[in-house]
Design a protein around this ligand. Structure first.
Ligand SMILES: [Zn+2]
Length: 371
């Protein structure tokens, strides 16, 4: 009888322990703040961290992140260590600000090439195009080798004016006739145009439990209710229009045109416009979520993609570029991983050579073509 009582109480306490354990884990899952979700990979896999780019490369998308001479010299050392031979600094700027940045960077190293912005200060006035073209020519004579980064998140180009006013005040889309003279002048001077269109697709979706990019979209999203705003595809259409209107102008859509969730559509865009190229900057975590589809796209369009970073130029950032593009490491996390694990693309040597280095010759040829 006593033994039976002991067994019953033992079973009861085990059942209780089991039950309460289940309850406890459920309640913890309900309490974890998504922002604090920082998983650590459990997989025991080989890791590869290439110390530098496999082929000497050109970064075609960076910004004046560092503006003191000592810091820029340290950046040059980091570049050398990482096998980066040249960096294009997209200044957004014109006027005195462009001149200041040009003198600062080129005075320290010939590794830097500076691109100017468009002079949007007189936008809306009748002499806008005339003044903006004159300023473009002045920047070109100063040493600007291209234009960028323009940026349209659905309401019109807003990046260049921001460099003057500090505000993202939209102007007009790139296919607007008020840009015609400027884009034709870019072609005449051999200045490629770097342009940011839209944002990743989850920034347009409701911020709810179904949003695949929630952790990022919660902080960084598009107000799709803004009057007159275009969606991602409509904004991309304005760039396609500009490519048709200005067949001699070389356009480079930043961040793989933010269409990395839809490679079929992106392929169509590239097939339709031979004067359109992509840079792969700042979309590493996004593209590494689908390593096989992304690799297939890179391999097929290896002639149309330039390497770019668009992030603070520190060792960790460069390390991540090489690891994602060159290795086949799986399921790893890092600063730019958002909430999903990253995977290496393992691009072929042929594609790496083109993206890192050889495609840049197309920019050089364009800049140096007969004028
Ligand atoms: Zn940028």
């Amino acid at each position: 009888m006593r033994t039976t009582r002991i067994i019953i109480s033992l079973i009861a306490s085990l059942a209780f322990a089991f039950f309460s354990y289940g309850q406890e884990s459920k309640s913890i899952a309900g309490q974890i703040n998504l922002r604090n979700f920082k998983p650590v990979s459990v997989f025991k896999l080989d890791e590869h961290h290439p110390e530098q780019a496999k082929y000497r490369c050109v970064d075609i998308h960076s910004h004046p992140f560092i503006q003191d001479a000592e810091g820029i010299r340290a950046w040059v050392e980091t570049l050398e260590k990482n096998n980066v031979g040249k960096v294009i600094i997209l200044t957004y700027a014109c006027g005195e600000e462009f001149d200041r940045l040009y003198d600062l960077y080129t005075g320290i190293s010939d590794k830097f090439e500076l691109w100017c912005g468009l002079d949007m200060r007189n936008f809306g006035q009748s002499d806008f195009a005339q003044k903006a073209v004159a300023e473009l020519e002045r920047c070109y004579k100063k040493g600007a080798k291209g234009v960028g980064e323009l940026g349209d998140k659905g309401l019109g180009e807003a990046y260049c004016l921001r460099s003057v006013t500090g505000k993202l005040t939209p102007t007009a889309h790139i296919n607007d006739s008020r840009f015609d003279a400027l884009l034709e002048k870019c072609a005449e001077l051999g200045m490629p145009v770097s342009i940011h269109i839209g944002d990743p697709i989850w920034m347009y979706e409701p911020i709810d439990e179904h949003n695949d990019g929630l952790m990022n979209a919660a902080d960084w999203n598009i107000d799709t209710s803004a009057p007159g705003i275009l969606d991602l595809y409509e904004t991309a259409n304005t760039l396609e229009d500009a490519c048709v209107k200005h067949p001699q102008t070389m356009f480079i859509a930043c961040h793989l045109l933010n269409l990395i969730h839809d490679y079929g559509y992106l392929s169509g865009v590239l097939d339709r416009h031979s004067n359109l190229y992509l840079d792969n900057s700042a979309r590493y975590a996004e593209t590494s979520a689908t390593p096989r589809a992304t690799k297939a796209f890179y391999e097929k369009y290896s002639d149309r993609i330039f390497f770019g970073t668009d992030n603070d130029p520190n060792d960790e950032m460069y390390d991540l570029q090489w690891r994602i593009l060159e290795t086949q490491d799986e399921h790893f996390y890092g600063e730019y991983a958002y909430h999903w694990p990253m995977n290496g693309l393992g691009l072929s040597d042929r594609t790496l050579r083109k993206v890192y280095r050889d495609n840049y010759k197309k920019i050089l040829r364009y800049q140096n073509r007969k004028k």
